[in-house]
Design a protein around this ligand. Structure first.
Ligand code: FES
Length: 168
């Protein structure tokens, strides 16, 4: 008795559908990485200059730096005061003052330190859509599987309203 040819076709379609769905998920998790694909040499030399003059208080601007998203957050006085009152969580305690050069500007790499998804902006900070890690308005990990606070890129202020995110 021979195998039903429809069964083979169905197996193929099931496998193809699973592969396409998996690829779509991966692309959604890496929107910045997938949209830029320069050589690692070019990436290592790339710096990004940001005009701060049009980022209003409480606004977060996402800029691309070396193929990664960087969140440039113009914090309000209330947000600065709230972040100064805690060290984040026991997982990676860190004073807010050690995470910023100027209290009103938080500059962090916008990739979850668990598996690298891009966290979504929330009033308390950021939530990672992949496995639920929660970060505060200093980019410090509060809960979830992420092992540490959002990473800080190397940067300097060129002027009151000009930021340079430097080559790594
Ligand atoms: S990648 Fe963010 S919680 Fe897993």
């Amino acid at each position: 008795m021979g195998r039903d040819p429809d069964l083979g076709r169905r197996d193929f379609l099931n496998t193809a559908t699973t592969l396409v769905a998996g690829a779509g998920l991966a692309a959604a998790a890496w929107p910045f990485i997938s949209s830029m694909n320069p050589s690692s040499n070019v990436l290592a030399r790339a710096s990004t200059e940001v005009d701060l003059s049009n980022i209003t208080p409480a606004e977060v601007r996402t800029v691309a730096w070396q193929g990664k998203p960087v969140f440039v957050f113009h914090r309000t006085l209330e947000q600065i005061a709230a972040m100064a009152q805690s060290l984040g969580s026991d997982k990676d305690p860190e004073p807010d003052a050690e995470r910023v050069q100027r209290p009103e500007w938080l500059v962090v790499i916008g990739l979850c330190t668990h598996l690298g998804c891009v966290p979504n902006r929330k009033p308390h900070g950021w939530d990672c859509p992949c496995h639920g890690s929660v970060y505060d308005n200093s980019g410090r990990i509060l809960k979830g599987p992420a092992p540490r606070n959002l990473d800080l890129p190397p940067y300097e202020f060129l002027a009151a309203d000009r930021l340079l995110i430097k080559k790594a």
